[in-house]
Design a protein around this ligand. Structure first.
Ligand SMILES: Nc1ncnc2c1ncn2[C@@H]1O[C@H](COP(=O)(O)OP(=O)(O)O)[C@@H](O)[C@H]1O
Ligand SMILES: [Mg+2]
Length: 266
């Protein structure tokens, strides 16, 4: 693990104060927070197998706002699950936040899932028996953040759901549940945020606001990977990683240059 990444990681474990906490000091050089080398994932299905990912090698640094683009079935969710240690690759090496998660012990993985990554799941995965506020508070609490309740309230406000704090998930629309799940990931403040189709349920106006939040989050020294099948969203990324049938088709800045989020139309 390089010293700078170790320092960031260590710092986030020890001192966590505000939602605005910046992981990289001004002038610090961003380091790779995510590094995949030759990663493959095959699933056994009946007598055959499905190749979900093949020979994927990518690096994502702190401050990177990356869009992972590809059609349904191209391996986007599998990629996020592997980076977040929810799935194990069949081949290759995965180093995230300085930790080789393909070789980590159960104890190390436990710490990694709490303090290394935050997920926005495609299906939200909110706790049905917890209110919106409690769901977000849980995210902050598990990551070890101080003042988890206050932080959760502030994050719900930020995603425009302050007035829904005491609602249970079944009392929220799909788009509102999605925003609670985004607030939960933001509140954890971990160095890597993985978001699977985070604007899938949102109207245009709300989707733009959420992209602004995720973009700003990356630029506090974190790495943000947003999965989408929407080419328009890819235009606002710092970098686009395009998948096709489990392979990296391209890894480059958006074609025609990055556009401002306010210029988006979808
Ligand atoms: N647990 C699994 N078992 C078998 N096949 C799977 C499993 N998970 C994903 N796949 C297959 O792997 C491919 C990639 O899936 P996925 O990563 O979910 O794609 P995406 O998120 O881009 O839609 C698909 O063909 C899918 O059917
Ligand atoms: Mg998916």
């Amino acid at each position: 693990m390089c010293a700078a990444v170790a320092a960031h990681y260590g710092r986030r474990m020890s001192s966590i104060a505000t939602a605005e906490r910046v992981l990289l000091a001004p002038g610090e050089r961003p380091e790779a927070l995510v590094e995949l080398t030759g990663v493959g994932r095959r699933y056994a299905v009946g007598a055959g197998e499905v190749v979900a990912l093949a020979d994927v090698s990518i690096k994502v640094a702190a401050e990177d706002f990356v869009v992972v683009l590809g059609p349904s079935g191209s391996g986007k969710t599998t990629l996020l699950n592997i980076i977040g240690a929810l799935d194990t690759p069949s081949d290759g090496r995965v180093v995230v936040a300085g930790q080789d998660i393909t070789r980590a012990s159960r104890k190390e993985l436990f710490a990694f899932r709490r303090h290394g990554v935050s997920f926005v799941f495609q299906t939200f995965n909110l706790f049905p028996a917890l209110t919106a506020l409690e769901n977000v508070e849980f995210g902050a609490d598990v990551a070890g953040r101080a003042n988890a309740r206050e932080l959760a309230g502030a994050m719900l406000e930020r995603v425009g759901l302050g007035m829904r704090a005491s609602h249970f998930p079944h009392e929220l629309s799909g788009g509102e549940q999605q925003r609670v799940s985004i607030a939960r990931a933001l509140a954890s403040g971990n160095p890597i945020l993985l978001a699977d189709e985070p604007t899938g349920e949102l109207d245009f106006h709300t989707g733009v606001q959420i992209l602004e939040l995720l973009h700003a989050h990356a630029h506090t020294g974190r790495a943000v990977l947003v999965v989408t099948h929407n080419r328009e969203i890819a235009r606002v990324a710092d970098r686009v990683i395009e998948l096709s049938s489990g392979r990296v088709l391209r890894d480059s800045p958006p074609e025609g240059g990055r556009v401002e989020i306010a210029e988006l139309r979808w």
